[in-house]
Design a protein around this ligand. Structure first.
Ligand SMILES: O=C(O)c1ccccc1NCC(=O)[C@H](O)[C@H](O)COP(=O)(O)O
Length: 214
């Protein structure tokens, strides 16, 4: 058994929220980014927050968002953490932390060892670094595309706190990902969907079981 933390990202319906809670995920991700098929607005976020109560952590996901969107989403979703998944600088990360008084997770797009090296600029500023597969320049989304990267690039992070692994994770590969990286947190979205934005309760359950039994 492992005590790895689990985030199910892109939750947008009550059934998906219930499935993540039943599977004992630690966090759900609420995507406040209109181009995403998982996008939620303030009303939907408020309804999900009311349903969740204090049973599961809620991470709001933003892409180069302004303080207005972040602020209204924090209030509506009663967020526990803010995930910045755009090109936010360490200075912007610090500004968001100061402004909203919540833990800030910074997504680090990874394709090469240089990308991992560049993460050091955020280390000690962000509360958590989420290493995720870099998406193609012309991609519609900067994440949530089911893409993975070479996990061996993270070998220097093994045993360290304050980071997570994302990108193409599923029940089929999560044990291998944990064995290779020792990630303290795992994040999945596409890997628990039957189609973009359509979470599958059984896939959510299987992912959490595979991660915990790894
Ligand atoms: O999930 C999205 O639609 C999304 C849109 C824009 C930026 C980031 C997005 N997701 C970020 C996440 O934290 C995902 O869980 C992560 O990228 C992994 O996604 P997947 O490879 O689909 O498991």
């Amino acid at each position: 058994m492992t005590d790895v933390a689990i985030k199910i990202c892109g939750i947008s319906t009550p059934d998906a929220l219930d499935a993540a809670t039943a599977a004992r995920a630690d966090f759900v991700g609420l995507v406040f980014f209109p181009p995403s098929p998982r996008h939620v607005d303030g009303y939907a976020a408020a309804a999900l927050a009311a349903r969740a109560g204090s049973t599961i952590g809620r991470v709001g996901l933003f892409v180069d968002a302004d303080d207005g969107l972040i602020g209204e989403s924090v209030r509506a979703g009663r967020l526990d953490a803010i995930q910045l998944h755009g090109e936010e600088t360490p200075e912007r990360v610090a500004q968001v932390k100061e402004r909203f008084g919540l833990p800030v997770w910074k997504a680090i797009p990874v394709a090469t060892a240089r990308d991992v090296e560049k993460a050091k600029a955020h280390d000690g500023v962000a509360d958590l670094l989420l290493f995720d597969a870099r998406t193609p320049k012309d991609a519609a989304l900067p994440g949530g595309m089911g893409l993975s990267f070479d996990w061996s690039l993270l070998s220097a992070w093994r045993g360290k706190p304050g980071w997570g692994l994302a990108g193409g994770l599923s029940a089929a590969n999560v044990a291998g990902a944990l064995a290779k990286t020792g990630a303290p947190l795992l994040d999945t979205s596409s890997g628990v969907e039957t189609a973009p934005g359509h979470k599958d309760p059984e896939m959510i359950r299987a992912f959490c079981k595979a991660a915990r039994n790894a």
